[in-house]
Design a protein around this ligand. Structure first.
Ligand SMILES: [Cu+2]
Length: 135
């Protein structure tokens, strides 16, 4: 009888040990999950920072300012419409094309290839500008 009891308690001890191992494993796994969950967030934040340089072109009083902007390859250019009527940003080479932007709306495009990128507003074709992308 005593032997059986011992066996049971050994088995019970094993179960407790296994349960502890499982709990420890779960904690370390969830710890790993937390780490891996925060890593992409950090990576995303990092990539947001490492997205490279940014530049801004304002649209004000039917004009792009600056009219010619020179940036490094990889720069993300943001156009912001400060007028009270809609404007667009259209590449004359068909490289990019914004929707009609209302007041304070933005359009963004990343220039990865060196070159010259003239653009205009398709609602007011006399509104023109150019992005010069340097290597
Ligand atoms: Cu316009």
């Amino acid at each position: 009888m005593r032997k059986i009891k011992t066996c049971i308690s050994v088995e019970f001890a094993w179960r407790v040990a296994l349960a502890l191992v499982a709990v420890v494993a779960f904690i370390s796994l969830s710890g790993a999950t937390v780490v891996s969950a925060s890593e992409p967030a950090n990576a995303a934040a990092g990539s947001r920072e490492s997205t490279g340089p940014v530049a801004e072109v304002k649209i004000d009083n039917f004009a792009f300012t600056p009219g010619v902007i020179t940036v490094k390859a990889g720069t993300q250019v943001t156009w912001i419409n400060h007028d009270e009527i809609p404007h667009t940003v259209d590449s004359t080479q068909g490289k990019f094309k914004s929707a009609a932007m209302g007041t304070d709306e933005k359009f963004q495009f990343r220039f990865t290839e060196p070159g010259e990128y003239p653009f205009y507003c398709r609602m007011h074709p006399k509104m023109t500008g150019k992005v010069v992308v340097q290597p």
